[in-house]
Design a protein around this ligand. Sequence first.
Ligand SMILES: [Fe+2]
Length: 483
Amino acid sequence: MNTSTKQLVALWLQNKGQKLVYKEINDRETLFKNGAVYQYRSEDNKLKSAIIFRLGEERINDITKILFYFERKKFNFKHMETRKNKNEFELYIELENLDCREWTHIRAMLETLIHVDIYPRATTAKDKTEEPTNDIPEMEDVAWFPKSIGDLDNFQNVLMYGTDLDADHPGFLDMRYRKRRKLFSEIAMLYKQGRNIPKIRYTDEEIRTWGSIYTHLEEMYYHYASEKFVKNFKELQVHCNYSRNCIPQLQDVSNYLKRKTGFTLRPVAGYLSPRDFLSGLAFRVFHCTQYIRHSSDPYYTPEPDCCHELLGHMPMLADSEFAQFSQEIGLASLGCSEGDIKKLAACYFFTVEFGLCVEDGFLKAYGAGLLSSGAELAHVMNGIRNNSVTVDMFEVEKACQTQCMVTSYQKRYFITNSFQDALAALRQFASSIERPFSVEYDPYTQRVLVLDIEGKENRDENEKQAKTKKILDRYEEDQDQEE
Ligand SMILES: [Fe+2]
């Protein structure tokens, strides 16, 4: 946290008759360099988090968005106030925290707000124009990223839906469905890396929903899906119980992928931020939803569900070339600038999710978004035939300038001469991303080695993290003893 931010929080606390008696212990403070976030022990011996958002006049309505977000996470609000400061509004939120784990949770959660543009901001000259940039971050400005596969346990922050469905979700009014979603959320939140993913006894209604989608899509695959996809889909039918009458279990699919390409699955409660999702790929881990869409409309879902993951993604993840490529994209995403994350996410979206390619002179789909939605697959294939959809040859810059549609059909699709061409274009872009360090994956320890420009392991960062962990552990022990 920079000095002005610290002073600002101190001032807020002083105005309320409190002062900082415990210095903030977050050693990964680069995460919050541009935001007013302070975590401290108050004079009455309570653990607290103080967060200040600065909003320009045009963003005043974001206050409700921010409060809604915090309220959904069920934090213990202690105080909130707003203040007008020249042309800005400041929103001050104070939360009381149970323990240091909650501090860590808040910090991780705040990072996800970057992606929905309500991240707390400071008003340094740099922040005034804070749009994602492609500037190479200084080493001390690099956002925290997982260094070992176990670090994936540190975030489970979903951007949409998750435990609490919004009013626009098809299952919002169905209490049974919402209760079911809570179960899936709990499984995802409690999951620890390396454990088996709990098996689900899917209900008859859920299997019926799966069955209609499966039947509809299986037929289409033989006409429209790429050869690799079809070949692996057939293997999944044999080895992982893929059929219209059975929703495959994530653990069975994970075991199969592990044998074939080294990928494993990890349950997730909903739509993850692009940075979090891509960082999982660096460790050959695919964050995978386990719940199914609402039965009222089997052909529409505003979020990824097990039909999208199991039908759309798994066949490609069972391809060794695609698996290697996915890990490369994941490694390229670690610690890169917000601008580059946005570009990587857009390229991923228009290829891995919605990509088309040419095979033996025929147009084929390999994107999971298309291959898990019969309606959109038909829309794009028919649209190309009668010229009613926009299709361009894939180019990184063009893809980055195209809006990603999440709840409707894409306005533009991208095609490559072959599936390999798409991988090559993304690889080239990924290798052009500049960072003040490089990374190397050690498959034996499942760790990422952070190397400086000369290729030496950057021990400072690792040591810093070990030190922070030690402090946190000691602090939690103190807390336990006090209790
Ligand atoms: Fe997807």
